[in-house]
Design a protein around this ligand. Structure first.
Ligand code: SF4
Length: 322
């Protein structure tokens, strides 16, 4: 687990919300992703967490070019996906797959599960029908379904089973990296653990690397090796999962973690309540974007953006307190 499979450098994804024109001087942008950098090593699970609207899903979609990045670099096996011609990008997508949050919305209701799983194989040139059928049966069994389920439609399954189909579809081309975009947040709590356990065992079986996007920190702890915490389009803390859970450094990470239930009733974290809403990404606060909500904000936080600093081996934080 040493070579970087994916390297994201200073990725930016901005959406223009109105154009500058005759009477307007400048175009305004929603800065959904504003300078995100991280690396994922082969065989690793990297978690990207933060509140809704922090830019974590847009980061995942920008990596796959499902939305166009504005700037930055996404190096996958040495190729910069941001500038890759579309035709070559289609070939790379075979190695890069996504699991969507809402399994029902992402499965075509008019197609059987077999047709849904065969479609990417046909698009990517697996011509032999027997080979497709064989792979289909193997995959359905691998995700805990029966090969006969191939003849059914998505509405005939429960939410957990549909997400198993979503996982099978992501695996069908034997990818190297899977971007799992909130893969369990639409599921009942009782089913979430089953799907996480399944993803963990498939990771071993198929030697997968995951980018695991979630808003719930208690979910990512069980599956991730490292975590990046995002706030308003930027990563504010990143490091080894256990270290970050046991000793979070950034005040925002501390607040997020204080809301996670602890299994030991004799040891509870003090809950940190964040006041105010997440500021608008159209007009983010100057300096540290977290300063209007931070209980430790100082004068410098209102004017200077904190640099990302290494506070211990492999643990980086963007905060003037460090
Ligand atoms: Fe809080 Fe300042 Fe650190 Fe931002 S830089 S998290 S405002 S202490």
């Amino acid at each position: 687990m040493s070579r970087a499979l994916l390297e994201v450098n200073n990725l930016k994804t901005y959406y223009a919300i109105d154009k500058g024109g005759l009477f307007k001087k400048e175009t305004r942008y929603v800065k959904a992703v504003d300078g995100v950098s991280f690396r994922i090593r082969e065989g690793e699970v990297f978690g990207l967490v933060g509140e809704s609207g922090c830019g974590k899903s847009t980061t995942g979609r920008s990596i796959l070019r499902l939305t166009d990045p504005t700037d930055g670099e996404v190096l996958f096996q040495g190729k910069n996906l941001v500038t890759l011609p579309e035709k070559e990008m289609q070939r790379v997508r075979r190695d890069l797959q996504i699991i969507f949050q809402d399994p029902f919305a992402s499965l075509n209701p008019k197609m059987t599960i077999g047709q849904i799983l065969e479609e990417p194989m046909i698009v990517h040139g697996i011509k032999e029908k027997a080979e497709r059928k064989k792979r289909l049966g193997e995959l359905l069994e691998a995700v805990g379904l029966h090969p006969s389920h191939a003849n059914r439609y998505a509405h005939e399954f429960s939410g957990g089973q549909r997400q198993r189909v979503g996982i099978a579809r992501a695996l069908v081309l034997r990818p190297k990296l899977i971007i799992a975009d909130e893969p369990v947040s639409a599921l009942d709590v009782s089913v979430q653990a089953q799907v996480i356990n399944l993803m963990q065992s498939l990771q071993q079986q198929y030697k997968l690397t995951y980018l695991f996007i979630a808003h719930d920190l208690s979910v990512v702890r069980h599956i991730c090796n490292r975590i990046g915490v995002m706030y308003l389009g930027r990563i504010v803390e990143q490091g080894d999962c256990e270290k970050l859970y046991e000793n979070p450094k950034h005040p925002y990470t501390q607040a997020l973690l204080s809301a996670v239930p602890v299994p030991d009733p004799n040891w509870q974290r003090e809950r940190i309540i964040l006041h105010g809403d997440v500021p608008s990404p159209i007009n983010p606060p100057v300096g540290c974007a977290f300063h209007p909500r931070c209980p430790y904000a100082m004068d410098i936080c209102k004017t200077e953006r904190p640099e990302f600093r290494e506070v211990e081996n492999g643990h980086q934080v963007a905060c003037h307190l460090m």
